[in-house]
Design a binder for this molecule. Sequence first.
Ligand code: SF4
Length: 333
Amino acid sequence: MAYVSSDEHVENGGARRVLLAGPRSFCAGVERAIEIVEEALESRGAPVYVRKEIVHNVSVVGDLAGRGAVFVDELDQVPDGATVVFSAHGVSPAVREEADRRALDVIDGTCPLVAKVHAKARRFAGRGDTVVLVGHAGHEEVEGTLGEAPESTVLVETVEDVRNLSPADARQISYLTQTTLSVDETAEVVGALRERFPLLHEPASEDICYATTNRQKALNAIIGESDLALVVGSTNSSNSVRLVELSRRQGTPAHLIDSAADIRPEWLEGVRTIALTAGASAPHHLVTEVVTALGEFGPVSVEEREITRETVRFELPSALRGDTDPSADGSTS
Ligand code: SF4
């Protein structure tokens, strides 16, 4: 394993450039979900149960677990009467019903943008449409959305899946997407849907969320100048994995890393410019730590490349605000 020393760098033409993609790291939905668990620990006291990982990041989950959050896969692992937080990815109505039946103290961490997709699924199915959900099988968000109208919803992942669709009525068909997909790949699948079903009902607004779109655009803006991309995020984080794929599709090698400790010296051999970003569930401090770690492989210069500034904020659920108006849950400010 070759170590790239500081001296070699200077000889080879100075510092290695790190281009920081902006926006990167936490989105509003993730910040809200983490705050919900923190507030619940504060107001209810430990343990607070959390169904599934609150957000898909090992560092965040490890930190909250150390402060008294207990992560479970299903509600049958939650004792009667306990407080349970639903993760940012949302749950199906069947899970809500079970929690109601068991009179659990539920605090809903579902991102308001995921909840919006759920509401559309109910509306589209309610008017008699076959609802095509574009997404990745097995992802928690997809499970939740499918559960809103299981009889009427069909999941497609690829253009090939679109070819194999056989809806009851080709004039009564609409589509939705997972919030964390690749913008480019989704456009191909939706294009295939439009071609096969000319009367396809389009959602009034994009389901791929602002944070996913911004992180892909920000990386796109710098990837052409970079020899390598490092994406901070966990392997089960859909939007982080999409960033790695985006880079590789453009011919730039890319690695998904949970933290600075995952960086392998051989990745940096011959690399002058590194695009550095982080998925929406990865904390900012991990990016700072990566920059510091890169400095151990030779001098680095850091350039921030921000394409837009995000100002989206979501309110906490009424169960934590102490007011009685649940209709205000998740509103933006
Ligand atoms: Fe919400 Fe988008 Fe963040 Fe997911 S990535 S939690 S949909 S803002």
